[in-house]
Ligand binder design. Structure first.
Ligand code: SP5
Ligand code: ZN
Length: 342
């Protein structure tokens, strides 16, 4: 299987993450990419290619224009305002405040466009997020052109990024941007299967009222886990999109037997939908040793997961999302891909 990779994703190097009332070294770190690409090389998964540049247009096909412009300039504006350190939102348009006014102040706009506080902005975030999207689109194009699978080693991840919000370590929704391009290229139906530990709130948001993208997500129950305010089983789509959004909230402690049951139900629904393309939002923060998650998957389980995905027989693009057990992230991600290769 081809891997699309660029060292430029490592340009985003945040120094702090707010976690449990403390500043910690960010879980979503550049070393994640090194561990995955080392493993791809070590086991000889296949050729490693650089992405091509697609510019902003495919981003603007799913994200709000003002949001993209905000991200492009936020770091410089923060510095120009004489502020030091990495921007963290300090206020949001929460319930009982107005959400229909965009402040002029950079501090206010950070609150307007952020959905969580753990994700700081820092120098080169916009550049890295663009490269991440280029990796996703390069992998997508390869799959569309050849029918062969491909893996996009995306970083930063994308599935928490909504139409006009960043957070959960995500800025541009790589899976959504790829799905939209596939549809604009002439495909009729695309399925996105999100197996990251966290609910793919951003992807759900983008396609919630549409029937040309089936979105399915297996994740920690939002009563207990980030992003807390979306990802419940009763979110099934709106209008034309009714029935095309499927959530599988699972309790903390979920092991592979339980998780694979939910996966099989999701795969049945994918089959019934008959998509021309499958995009897998591939997070391995379901791993038993993940530092911020609570499922109990083991490294060998990812091989079996890959085999089950392969059994669908649908052209498949894998895009990296989360996974923070850095020592094992390469093994776990590449196990899904080798399981798929058979
Ligand atoms: C792409 C992705 O996986 N994003 C995840 C973002 C999760 N951010 C908030 C995590 C809060 C975890 N708190 C756990 C406390 C243990 N130190
Ligand atoms: Zn995650």
């Amino acid at each position: 299987m081809l891997t699309f990779h660029s060292e430029d994703t490592k340009q985003r190097r945040p120094r702090i993450e707010l976690d449990g009332g403390r500043f910690v070294t960010p879980h979503e770190c550049p070393e994640r990419v090194d561990m995955v690409i080392d493993r791809v090389r070590k086991i000889g998964l296949g050729e490693i290619r650089a992405p091509r540049a697609y510019g902003l247009e495919p981003i603007l096909a799913v994200h709000d224009h003002g949001y993209v412009a905000f991200l492009e300039h936020a770091w410089d504006e923060w510095g120009a305002a004489g502020l030091e350190g990495e921007p963290i939102p300090s206020i949001w348009p929460a319930r009982r405040l107005r959400g229909d006014r965009i402040p002029n102040s950079i501090e206010g706009r950070i609150g307007y466009y952020a959905l969580a506080a753990e994700t700081t902005l820092c120098a080169r975030t916009f550049a890295a997020a663009q490269v991440s999207k280029d990796i996703a689109l390069s992998a997508l194009d390869h799959v569309v052109q050849t029918g062969e699978p491909a893996f996009g080693l995306c970083r930063p991840p994308g599935h928490h990024a909504a139409i006009d919000q960043y957070g959960g370590y995500c800025f541009f929704n790589n899976a959504a941007i790829a799905a939209q391009r596939a549809l604009q290229g002439g495909m009729g139906k695309v399925a996105i299967l999100d197996i990251d530990f966290h609910h793919g709130n951003g992807t759900q948001d983008i396609f919630y009222a549409r029937d040309d993208v089936l979105f399915l997500s297996l994740h920690g129950d939002p009563r207990q886990e980030f992003p807390y305010f979306l990802g419940f089983a009763d979110e099934t789509g709106r209008g034309k999109g009714e029935g095309f959004n499927v959530n599988y909230p699972l309790l903390g402690g979920t092991d592979y037997a339980v998780w694979a049951n939910a996966l099989e139900d999701a795969l049945r629904r994918v089959r019934a939908y008959r998509p021309e393309l499958l995009i897998v939002s591939l997070g391995v923060d379901t791993f038993e040793l993940d530092p911020i998650s609570s499922f109990k998957l083991k490294s060998d389980d990812y091989l079996d997961c890959g085999r089950r995905l392969k059994a669908l027989g649908i052209p498949t693009t894998f895009l990296l999302e989360g996974g923070y057990a850095v020592e094992e992230i390469g093994i776990n991600v590449v196990n899904v891909l080798t399981g798929f290769e058979g």
